[in-house]
Design a protein around this ligand. Structure first.
Ligand code: KIV
Ligand code: ZN
Length: 406
């Protein structure tokens, strides 16, 4: 029996904080429904105190998607009693709800934003988590900017959170400052030193492009929840991408013995497309797992390999993530194998000298044109084979009449 790595999706909260994204309640609900189909364990649906609109969106998701058997619905809250109560109002109608309480703990945040002493932050942690526990038994606590927080102080804050009833301790790398081995060591240390019955969680931002690597280092060090966003959305450079973390855990299961997620990976591509369409954020072509090039091959050597045996150049079977299988893209780096294979699939039979000549023409065209279309290929073959390819139409006569008006 494998141990679950909980997938806590925050596309609708941290992801929605990406510059320029503003989803209305209906759009958030549509994404939440798809996240439930995808099989995430938690949906952080929003930050209810931030606006009336977000409150209603979270409440709608709690009522509809948070039904029995669905994911747990979470809302984010600062430590103030009024915030916690508002958050509870928004999530309480779900069959299972969580309140996620956070407060900043780094010197940068405490000095310039919170303007609180360490003792005050500890007291706030106790009161916020304690209040949340009066509402629900599922309370997550996050010391914001954990990776820039002095370790001794953070340990005191985390101890206070557990004493007040936190059941998940989330360690946010808020500004993407962590490096895999040092973030992993931090998770391991916390897990070893903080006693109690809680789940350790990662929340990694991508400012140095390390969000996925840091999240995996956290899992290897004992974290059993990862906070992620579809397509890696989120503040600034984004959060760890759900699809990357999930597929890394699956494909490299040898590195994570005994661990698994509940994600139905065949839904990954569909989820990515929906989120991209509703947020207006395009998915970069070469994005891991869900990018349109993730299973496309252009160079001759790679095409030759994949045509012979898919696994020569692919570690993921496209179908397992809901993508179209290995695609051969004809371009200037393509070889004869891919060229004749593509023609055969189009029903164009050509061989011998005609094939050689057609291939030479194709290479010449590919040097000038980025994308070679089916029409280009048909034209090349028609020219080489002459009349053996059925003409689309023939021009029998052309008559031009000229004159002046008025
Ligand atoms: O990045 C962060 O620190 C957050 C917290 C609210 C968990 O998003
Ligand atoms: Zn964040």
């Amino acid at each position: 029996m494998s141990e679950r790595v909980i997938i806590f999706d925050t596309t609708l909260r941290d992801g929605e904080q990406s510059p320029g994204i503003a989803l209305d309640a209906a759009e958030k609900l549509e994404i939440a429904e798809q996240l439930a189909r995808l099989g995430v364990d938690y949906i952080e649906a929003g930050f209810p105190v931030s606006s009336q609109g977000d409150f209603e969106a979270v409440q709608g998701i709690a009522r509809v998607v948070g039904r029995d058997g669905g994911p747990v619905i979470a809302g984010l809250s600062r430590t103030h009693r009024a915030d916690v109560d508002r958050c509870w109002e928004a999530v309480r109608d779900a069959a299972r709800s969580r309140i996620h309480v956070f407060i900043s703990t780094s010197p940068q945040h405490m000095e310039h934003m919170l303007k609180m002493t360490e003792a005050q932050v500890i007291a706030e942690t106790r009161s916020g988590v304690g209040r949340a526990r009066e509402h629900t038994a599922d309370v997550e606590f996050s010391p914001q900017d954990a990776t820039r927080t002095p370790l001794d102080f953070m340990m005191q804050v985390l101890e206070a959170a557990v004493e007040a009833g936190a059941t998940t301790l989330n360690i946010p790398d808020t500004v993407g400052y962590g490096i895999p081995w040092d973030f992993g060591a931090l998770i391991q240390y916390i897990g070893r030193e903080i006693k109690g019955d809680y789940v350790l969680s990662t929340h990694c931002h991508n400012d140095l492009g390390l969000a996925t690597a840091n999240s995996l280092a956290g899992v290897a060090a004992g974290a059993r929840q990862v906070e992620v966003c579809v397509n890696g959305l989120g503040e600034r450079a984004g959060n760890a991408a759900l699809e990357e973390v999930v597929m890394a855990l699956q494909i490299r299961a040898d590195q994570f013995p005994g661990l698994s997620t509940g994600v139905r990976t065949e839904e990954l591509a569909r989820t990515s497309r929906l989120v991209s369409r509703l947020t207006g954020y395009p998915v970069q072509f070469n994005k891991a797992v869900v990018g349109r090039n993730a299973f496309r091959h252009e160079s001759g050597i790679h095409q030759h390999g994949v045509l012979a045996e898919r696994t020569t150049y692919e570690i993921i079977d496209a179908g397992t993530v809901g993508q179209t299988g290995s695609q051969i893209v004809l371009g200037k780096h393509s070889g004869r194998h891919a060229f004749s294979d593509t023609l055969a699939k189009m029903g164009l039979t050509i061989s011998g000298d005609a094939l050689n000549a057609a291939f030479a023409r194709f290479k010449e065209l590919a040097d000038r044109k980025v994308e070679i279309t089916d029409a280009d290929l048909e034209a090349i073959v028609a020219e080489e084979l002459g009349s053996s390819v059925e003409p689309t139409f023939t021009l029998d006569a052309l008559e031009v009449v000229g004159g002046t008006v008025g």
